[in-house]
Design a protein around this ligand. Structure first.
Ligand code: NAD
Length: 257
């Protein structure tokens, strides 16, 4: 198994568990557990998170849920403590929690800017800072930050606060990679294109929006959460042991043109 003996925290791992359209974090949690990891699912969605942890345990895996708002420092401390108490250490952190935003640059309020930056960028920083001591003690680890293709290039059909937050994640990843390399802690960013998850569910009901996004994606469709999760799994495993500070682009070709 590819993640045997690894303990992984996944933020934002609960959405869509009951609806049958799971988010990427939920798919990663299941895949990690199938590959032998002990998984800590952190989310603001308590009921769905508890359900997912139970489903994983029912399938023979190991998982717990912790209530985690990624913008709250103390809750990160609690999540790391729960991982150490239940499973002994932390080897992997997937900073997956995120929200989209609305509006064009002239329309966005300062409050809305702060909301998206707090969850998408500051949340990644707080999570990274919280796991480093445990990873250092474990002799190393892998931090995987979920950015976006919109952390690499701009677009007119997404909010400026979302794009800025994902760009921040890209360079926070590189700073972390360089500063933590000597501790054996790797840090890489993942850049998905449009993926069929709860986040994009409303947009996928809008024919014009679907046509636009699909026309900008050379592979001509939305990606599936599994197609991102396989990349995250690779970065979490020792198969990627010489990768740090890099960008894994899984965007159907969006940024190739
Ligand atoms: P999703 O909405 O299905 O999942 C996001 C998760 O984050 C949910 O479980 C939600 O409850 C959680 N979350 C939100 N705010 C939180 C907070 N303050 N604290 C803790 N958890 C919180 O979305 P998804 O599409 O699975 O997105 C996962 C990641 O991938 C996000 O960072 C997103 O920005 C990124 N992404 C998504 C797409 C896409 O097209 N779906 C493309 C590129 C990048």
């Amino acid at each position: 198994m590819r993640l045997e003996r690894k303990v992984a925290i996944i933020s934002g791992g609960a959405r869509g568990v009951r609806s049958g359209v799971p988010g990427m974090g939920a798919v990663e949690a299941r895949m990690f557990a199938q590959e032998g990891a002990k998984v800590v699912i952190g989310d603001i969605l308590e009921d769905e998170g508890q359900d997912l942890a139970q489903q994983i345990r029912d399938a023979g895996g190991e998982a717990i849920f912790v209530l985690l708002d990624v913008t709250v420092e103390e809750q990160w401390e609690t999540a790391v403590a729960a991982a150490v108490e239940n499973f002994g250490t932390v080897n992997v952190l997937v900073n997956n929690a995120g929200v989209s935003g609305r509006g064009r640059v002239e329309e966005v309020s300062a409050e809305e800017w702060d909301r998206v930056m707090d969850i998408n960028a500051k949340g990644v920083f707080l999570g990274t800072r919280a796991v480093i001591p445990a990873m250092r003690q474990a002799g190393g680890g892998s931090i995987i930050n979920i950015s976006s293709q919109l952390g690499l290039v701009g677009t007119d059909n997404s909010s400026p606060q979302y794009q800025a937050s994902k760009g921040a994640v890209r360079l926070l990843t590189k700073a972390t990679a360089i500063q933590c390399a000597r501790d054996g802690i790797r840090c890489n960013s993942v850049h998905p294109g449009p993926i069929a998850t709860p986040m994009t569910e409303e947009g996928r009901g809008d024919e014009e929006r679907v046509r636009l996004l699909v026309s900008r994606t050379p592979l001509g469709r939305y990606g599936r959460p599994e197609e991102v999760a396989y990349g995250v799994l690779f970065l979490a495993s020792d198969e990627s042991s010489f990768m740090t500070g890099s960008e894994l682009v899984i965007d159907g070709g969006w940024t190739a043109q």
